[in-house]
Design a protein around this ligand. Structure first.
Ligand SMILES: Cc1cc2nc3c(=O)[nH]c(=O)nc-3n(C[C@H](O)[C@H](O)[C@H](O)COP(=O)(O)OP(=O)(O)OC[C@H]3O[C@@H](n4cnc5c(N)ncnc54)[C@H](O)[C@@H]3O)c2cc1C
Length: 326
C-alpha cells in the first residue's frame, strides 16, 4: 500500500488526506500546532470563551463544495448563518442589503476540520523541516531533528511562503509557491460584561483600521453569553502594525471598535489579539494545485486556484485527484 505524508491539518490538507485514506492509501498527517483547523481554528480560553478568530464564514459556489457542504448540513456540522450584516463607514451605515448565503461550522469553525480528521493519523506539535528525497522516497524530520519516517508521496498544505521553504528540494514547485504573496491580519477577541444590543450582528467597515467586526455568538450553536466580538484589522493596517505587541494592537483596535459603532467604551471581560502572519493570498496561482508526477510531491492550499475556505477545499481535492491519477 503506497504511503503518503501530508504536512498541515487545515482544510486543504485534511480533505486531501481524507480522500486518499478513503482510497486505501496509508496516510500520516503532521501539524505544527495543537489541533486541526489552521486558519479555520476556534480559540477556547481558560474561562470557556470560544472565538472563531480566523475564517468567519464561508460561501459555497462550486458544485463539488456545495455538495459537500450540503452533506455536512445534514450531519449537523454546518449551518447557515443568518446574521444581520451591514456596511459601516465612519460610524454610518451605508449598506444593509446583504443577501449572500453564508455558512459556518457548528459549534465552532474548526468543527469541519475535526469532522474530516476522524480516524486520520495526525501527529500534532510537529513542525516538519523540508522533506529530503533519498533512494526514491521522501524522508521527513521535524525541525528539532526527530525522524518522522519515509513516504512514497508527500503533499504540503502550508501557506505559500512556508510551502516555498518546505519545497527546497523541488525548485520548480518552490518557485511557483514563492511567487504568491500573502497579507497578514490582526484579529482581536473581545468579551463584554454586558450586551451592546446593536441592531446588527456583523459589519464590513470601510475607511478604517478595522475591516470587519462580528458578534461571534450571533452564529448558530454558540453560547449566548457573554457577548463576544471578533475584530479584524484591514490588510493595510495589519501589515503596517504586524510586529507590534498583541497588547498594543488590542488596545488600538478596541478604541477603533467603539468609534466604528459610535458607542462610548463599555466594560470588558476579556480581550486579546492574535497575529495571522499569512492570512490571505493577495495573488493566488491560477492552477488549483502543484504536483510533480515523477517525484510524487505536491502542494495545495487557498493560494492555489482561488482564495478562502472554498478555494482551499477545492485545492486539497484537486491534489488528491492528481495523486490518484484522475
Ligand atoms: C483572519 C482571517 C479571516 C478569514 N476570513 C475568511 C472568511 O470569512 N471566509 C473564508 O472563506 N475564508 C476566510 N479566511 C481564509 C481561510 O481561513 C483560508 O483560506 C483557509 O482556512 C485556508 O486553508 P488551508 O488548508 O489552505 O491553510 P491553513 O488553514 O493555513 O492550514 C495550513 C496548516 O499547515 C500547518 N503548517 C504550516 N507549516 C507547517 C510545518 N512546517 N509543519 C507542520 N504543519 C505546518 C499550519 O499550522 C496550518 O494548520 C480567513 C483567514 C484569516 C486568517
Amino acid at each position: 500500500m503506497p504511503s503518503l505524508a501530508v504536512i498541515g491539518a487545515g482544510i486543504s490538507g485534511l480533505i486531501c488526506a481524507r480522500t486518499l485514506q478513503d482510497h486505501g492509501l496509508s496516510v500520516k498527517v503532521f501539524e505544527k500546532s495543537r489541533g486541526v483547523g489552521g486558519r479555520m481554528s476556534t480559540r477556547r480560553t481558560d474561562d470557556a470563551l470560544h472565538f472563531d478568530h480566523g475564517a468567519q464564514y464561508f460561501t459555497a459556489r462550486d458544485a463539488l463544495f456545495r455538495g459537500y457542504v450540503k452533506a455536512l448540513q445534514h450531519e449537523g456540522v454546518v449551518a447557515a448563518w443568518l446574521g444581520r450584516i451591514i456596511v459601516l463607514q465612519k460610524g454610518v451605515t451605508i449598506d444593509q442589503n446583504e443577501s449572500t448565503v453564508r455558512f459556518v461550522a457548528v459549534p465552532g469553525m474548526n468543527s469541519i476540520c475535526q469532522h474530516m480528521a476522524t480516524d486520520l493519523s495526525i501527529e500534532y506539535q510537529t513542525k516538519v523541516a523540508p522533506p529530503r528525497r533519498l533512494l526514491g522516497r521522501w524522508w521527513l524530520a521535524s525541525e528539532d531533528g526527530t525522524e518522522l519516517g519515509a513516504y512514497d508521496m508527500v503533499i504540503i498544505s502550508a501557506p505559500a511562503p512556508q510551502t516555498a521553504q518546505l519545497l527546497r528540494d523541488v525548485p520548480e514547485l518552490a518557485e511557483q509557491a514563492d511567487r504568491v504573496e500573502m497579507s497578514g491580519c490582526w484579529a482581536v477577541m473581545l468579551a463584554l460584561e454586558e450586551s451592546l444590543a446593536l441592531p446588527f450582528d456583523a459589519a464590513f467597515i470601510h475607511q478604517s483600521p478595522l475591516s470587519w467586526i462580528a458578534r461571534n455568538n450571533s452564529k448558530p450553536n454558540r453560547s449566548p453569553e457573554p457577548e463576544t466580538w471578533i475584530l479584524h484589522a484591514s490588510p493595510e493596517w495589519s501589515e503596517t502594525n504586524l510586529e507590534r505587541s498583541a497588547e498594543q494592537v488590542a488596545a488600538d483596535l478596541l478604541e477603533e471598535f467603539w468609534r466604528s459603532i459610535g458607542t462610548q467604551p463599555r466594560a470588558i471581560k476579556y480581550i486579546t489579539a492574535h497575529r495571522w502572519r499569512f492570512a490571505l493570498p493577495t495573488s493566488p496561482l491560477e492552477s488549483r494545485c502543484l504536483f510533480d508526477t515523477g517525484l510524487q510531491v505536491g502542494a495545495c492550499g487557498d493560494w492555489c486556484g482561488g482564495p478562502r475556505v472554498e478555494g482551499a477545499f477545492l485545492s486539497g481535492a484537486a491534489v488528491a485527484d492528481r495523486l490518484l491519477g484522475l
